[in-house]
Design a protein around this ligand. Sequence first.
Ligand code: PMP
Length: 439
Amino acid sequence: MDHTPAPTGRTRLDSYVDRYAARTAGMTASEIRALFSVASRPEVVSLAGGMPNISGLPLDVVGGAIADLISDAGPTALQYGSGQGTPELREQICEVMALEGISAHPDDVVVTVGSQQAVDLVTRIFCDPGDVVICEAPSYVGALGVFKAFECEVVHAEMDEHGLRPDALRAAIASLCEAGRRIKFLYTIPNFHNPAGVTLSAERRPEILEICREADVLILEDNPYGLLGFDQAPMRALRADEAEGVIYLGSFSKTFAPGFRVGWALAPHAVREKLVLAQESATLCPPSFSQMAVSSYLREHDWQGQVKQFREMYRERRDAMVDALEDLMPPGCSWTVPSGGFYVWLTVPPGVDTKAMLPRAVTARVAYVPGTAFFADGFGSSAMRLSFCYPTPERIREGVRRLAGVLEEEMELRATFGATGTHEALTRSRYDGPGSDQA
Ligand code: PMP
């Protein structure tokens, strides 16, 4: 028998509102989430989502390996496992990190449910409400969502085409210290930044480490794209030159497949213990099946050859996007040219509000993520993130063509009518939390 109460006209949520913990006030759905369900229609070219393009994966090989895994080791693969992750995978993770100059012991690795969970666990163990996390401006929307959920205050530090600016970091730390604030860590994405598309230069890396060492600020180095560089060998990780002051996060989502949800944190030994306890209370253990599947893929397959193919595919798409931007964008726009990863950051002429413009873009069958999603303080309305990872080069060009048309119309409107009140108000609209545009 169905015991569902008959609808009363009130939404069921009403009766729960007063019971939620205060921290859930920070968990709000993005206003643009609804638009994204429209944006996923096939006629819309989505330059919005950051979904890895896994169409090149050898699914027959992966399928065969999974079938073997179940027949050979099913009772272990389908059982609970250790809270820290399987020893074999943690060893393999150390080999992966060695490609970025990191020398680490498998004991200091904690396997997580994607690196997203690692961001959550690190914040959980370090941050009290009101603690400060310094983030780049802009920063990854999914991390900002975690920091907000734990009631941290995010303070942004500027970047330029060489990544985080040491002077901006120094100034942010100095003014926070002067104000007596507790800085818990610097959250940084040094390689092929999401969403900015820039990479921290080799020259700046020691300086950033030195600034944090001097000020005793921990670094959370989030590096899911590090092996996806187009033109060069992987950059040396910050963690490679500083073992105590850096927690490093990695992921198999972009180099293999996000569906396994396998990522990791490499932490100083003492922190590792707390992370495992936090992991156990969150999930008991990361999924044995996924970890063993990833292990078998790394062991049996030429995974580095596969990563090379991914790099070539993404480079072709980056080229398609940058060429299309050069050919089609109206004057006054500028953009970053990423040397790896998935994203271009496009800055539009002053006065154009990318959030206000999004419904018009979706009507013109192209989608992007407005810059405001990547700031905790309401900035970013004159920028947007464009992803080139998923659509084909032809679709990317078509998407940029549509976007250029919408931007031209918007600029003409502004030239004719000047700034409208609505636009000005939204220019300063505040960050409204991650939506389905989080990836
Ligand atoms: N960090 C960054 C910078 C990301 O872009 C993403 C995913 N888009 C993640 C973390 C989380 O990735 P996952 O949980 O799939 O490892």
